[in-house]
Ligand binder design. Structure first.
Ligand SMILES: NC(=O)c1ccc[n+]([C@@H]2O[C@H](COP(=O)([O-])OP(=O)(O)OC[C@H]3O[C@@H](n4cnc5c(N)ncnc54)[C@H](O)[C@@H]3O)[C@@H](O)[C@H]2O)c1
Length: 253
């Protein structure tokens, strides 16, 4: 159903990578976009890109794992851009290690950013969505949710986000709110560049090796994920909820 109202979206981890591409894409779809990341100044380039193209955007500094910062950030977005009714929980970190070397803090950091962050942001935004009778929540899962060596923390968090997503879909559906998860495969960002560095490979070689294992024979770009997120956040996607879409250039085992 078309709407004349400009919806307000929040994209966490929006300063770079998949989040930046998503912020730009949602703005191109006509959304006003809060580009939220740890450091407000790091969001400036994305905000500038959106406003230069005629859109509305706001840079917001916030650690998604901190309750007070999240509450303040969402209140500020509501104040300065309007009630947020589209939320993309994209902020993420890696603390990869084999289980026997994984520290308590490697575990806690990953759980806090991915799971607690998505929980806090969703809880803070849902009241605006309920009031509006409309909401779109997209959580970033990963192909690693199926299990990945060296990522016990990350795989658990990304699988956890799938259960979280399905639960939100069940609880919030009656308010016109959908919740879905996008689970990317290999996407070229700082995150995969850091993984290449950790395993001692050049990023180009790392990408080539990854591409050779992917049915479409290329690695993903942030825009590939932004495209899937744009679908789930669309006005017309109101009957699609509680789904996990793997966007990985092919099926996964
Ligand atoms: N790149 C991939 O191949 C890939 C694959 C599957 C899933 N993902 C997921 O997609 C999302 C985006 O990944 P990316 O590759 O663009 O990563 P990235 O590292 O390039 O960007 C992540 C962003 O999140 C921000 N961030 C980290 N902790 C934060 C916090 N506590 N509060 C607010 N912002 C925080 C970072 O500052 C950064 O700007 C992540 O959730 C990631 O797990 C990525």
């Amino acid at each position: 159903m078309p709407t004349t109202e400009q919806r307000v979206a929040i994209v966490t981890g929006g300063a770079r990578g998949i989040g930046a591409a998503t912020a730009v894409r949602l703005a191109a779809e006509g959304r006003a976009v809060a580009v939220l990341d740890l450091d407000e100044s790091a969001c400036a380039d994305v905000v500038e890109k959106i406003t230069a193209a005629g859109g509305r955007a706001l840079a917001v500094g916030c650690d998604v794992s901190d309750t007070e910062q999240v509450e303040a950030a969402v209140a500020r977005v509501a104040d300065e851009l309007g009630a947020p009714t589209v939320l993309v929980n994209n902020a993420g970190v890696l603390r990869d290690n084999l289980l026997f070397k994984m520290s308590d803090s490697d575990w806690d950091t990953v759980m806090n950013v991915h799971l607690r962050g998505a929980f806090l942001m969703s809880r803070a935004c849902q009241k605006h969505m309920v009031d509006a009778g409309f909401g779109r929540i997209v959580n970033l899962s990963s192909s690693s949710a199926l299990g990945n060596r060296g990522q016990a923390n990350y795989a658990a968090a990304k699988a956890g986000l799938q259960g979280f997503t399905k639960t939100l879909a069940k609880e919030l559906g009656k308010f016109g709110i959908t919740a879905n998860a996008v689970a990317p495969g290999f996407i070229v960002t700082d995150m995969t560049a850091a993984t290449a560095a950790r395993v001692g490979m050049g990023f180009e070689d790392f990408q080539k090796a990854a591409a050779s294992q992917i049915p479409v024979q290329r690695v993903g770009r942030p825009e590939d994920i932004a495209n899937a997120i744009a679908f789930f956040t669309g006005e017309e996607a109101g009957f699609v909820s509680g789904q996990v879409l793997y966007v990985a250039g092919g099926p996964l085992d």
